[in-house]
Design a protein around this ligand. Sequence first.
Ligand SMILES: [Zn+2]
Length: 165
Amino acid sequence: MTDEFKDLLAANRRFAESFALAGFDGIAHAGVAIVTCMDSRIDPLGLLGLKAGDAKIFRNPGGRVTDAALEALVLAVHLLNVDRVLVVPHTRCAVASSTEDELHERVAASAGMDTTWQRFHVVDDQVRTLRSDVRRVTSHPLVPERVKVGGFIYDVDTGLLDRKV
Ligand SMILES: [Zn+2]
């Protein structure tokens, strides 16, 4: 094995020196689950004033309520103490500001091959998509009514959440 991960493993050893989460139960202590984008400008815990242990976090391009996200949320609300779910796409998101063709063009330029067989789930209307994503959660037969679900757009320039649903 080569050492492409050397810096990160060194940082991990430093992290483990003051590790305080041993024996932790893994439930969401604040009762919160967040579905948000993979975008590196988003600090899901920080933006809600939460810390490690407080929330379940599910991320993907665009912060979409996919089948995998629903799978995570069903587990979260039944087994992991979650009673509030935030769906949080964000401003200046690549999947909401590009067309599928544009993304294919850019990835193809990087990959040096045709990419049309790889689906990218672009979003035309972010608020409309957010509404239907929230509905996917609230109408899921395994998400009980006690669970509150909100849809918010996170502004990557101000750090503020704007509730839309
Ligand atoms: Zn994004």
